[in-house]
Design a protein around this ligand. Structure first.
Ligand code: GRE
Length: 329
């Protein structure tokens, strides 16, 4: 399929090449190639896009990125630097590239102000944040965005009418030590990423964020970070047990998924899982993505282009749903 749109596609700052290569060492078989690819915008990436039929890519700053920085001022400065850098890189390439804003999430108002700047002045399409914001004196604490103090930020997202992509980051500090240190091969895509994001998103549901902001648009990757598989069970326990016990979110989990949540195919190229997700949440809520350069255009596109789908569903997932969500007309 030509002219696909991909929206979980990472870039890094070239000045961090050494750090990027160290990080890539944990996740990429060829860390050098990964580093070259993630730092590239204009040479290698458009080559893959043309070869594999991706017409438009939304770029976002790599994980853990700003969410790893527990000093508030340093985090804010890096977010601004990243946004200015990528805004400038793609300024004359709006036909091919969009951007999700990078945000420091230490302070809801500061995050709202930077998002507004990115959308209204730099033409960005929304924001992508890497799960919780690391914080505290020694970086051992973390900020979730599911409390009332974040209402000011979510109000800004809905007023700007842009999506917020909740992307994973690595577990850190004492959480890492307690849960993951002795099972470190499970960090990342095998388990920890999905656990982190699903906890955070379901926290937003349970704490009423979507009731207070019914037009909020959240995107999660990796075919829904395990949640679609569990929808029946979550629904059963929310409706039949937790609500009678006092859980007071107004709608069902299925309704929030129908109104507020989109999922992407990033890094998850299974036709069985895709079909299952289409049955559970509908083709309208699913968006094609690669997860480059953690995954390859070749794997993502070869799979998607030949997956057993109706041509109408392929167009919706490959392009049309994203066009509507990102307002690309
Ligand atoms: C990511 O998207 O940020 C990512 C990693 C590590 C492995 C896979 C992956 O940071 O998708």
């Amino acid at each position: 399929m030509q002219d696909k749109i991909a929206l979980e596609e990472a870039f890094a700052l070239p000045r961090f090449a050494e750090k990027t290569q160290w990080w890539a060492g944990m996740f990429a078989v060829d860390a050098k190639k990964h580093t070259t690819e993630i730092n590239d915008i204009h040479k290698i990436r458009p080559g893959y896009m043309d070869k594999y039929g991706v017409g438009y890519t939304v770029l976002s700053y790599t994980a853990p990125g700003v969410q790893d920085i527990f000093d508030r001022e340093e985090a804010q400065a890096l977010a601004t630097e990243v946004n200015d850098y990528i805004g400038n890189e793609v300024k004359s390439r709006g036909d091919k590239f969009g951007v999700f804003a990078t945000l420091s999430m230490h302070d809801p108002r500061e995050a709202a102000t930077e998002l507004t700047r990115c959308v209204t002045e730099l033409g960005f399409r929304g924001a992508l944040v890497n799960d919780t914001q690391r914080c505290g004196q020694d970086g051992d604490d973390m900020i979730f965005y599911d409390g009332h103090e974040w209402d000011v930020f979510w109000k800004t997202c809905t007023e700007l009418d842009v999506p917020f992509y909740l992307h994973p980051r690595n577990p850190t500090g004492s959480i890492y030590e307690k849960l993951w240190a002795k099972r470190s091969w499970l960090v990342g895509p095998p388990l920890s990423f999905a656990q982190g994001v699903s906890l955070h998103l379901l926290g937003m549901v349970a704490n009423g964020v979507f009731d207070r902001h019914p037009n909020l648009k959240i995107v999660i990757g990796h075919l829904g970070e395990h949640i679609p598989f569990d929808l029946w069970r979550i629904n059963h326990w929310f409706e039949d047990i937790k609500k009678p016990l006092g859980l007071d979110c107004k709608k069902t989990i299925r309704e929030y998924f129908a109104q507020n949540v989109w999922i992407t195919t990033s890094g998850h190229f299974s036709s069985t899982t895709l079909k299952f997700c289409m049955e559970e949440i509908g083709a309208e809520r699913i968006l094609f993505s690669v997860d480059y350069p953690f995954e390859s255009f070749s794997d993502a596109c070869t799979w998607f282009d030949s997956a057993e789908l109706s041509e109408s569903d392929r167009k919706k997932i490959g392009r049309e749903n994203a066009r509507k969500l990102l307002k690309l007309d």
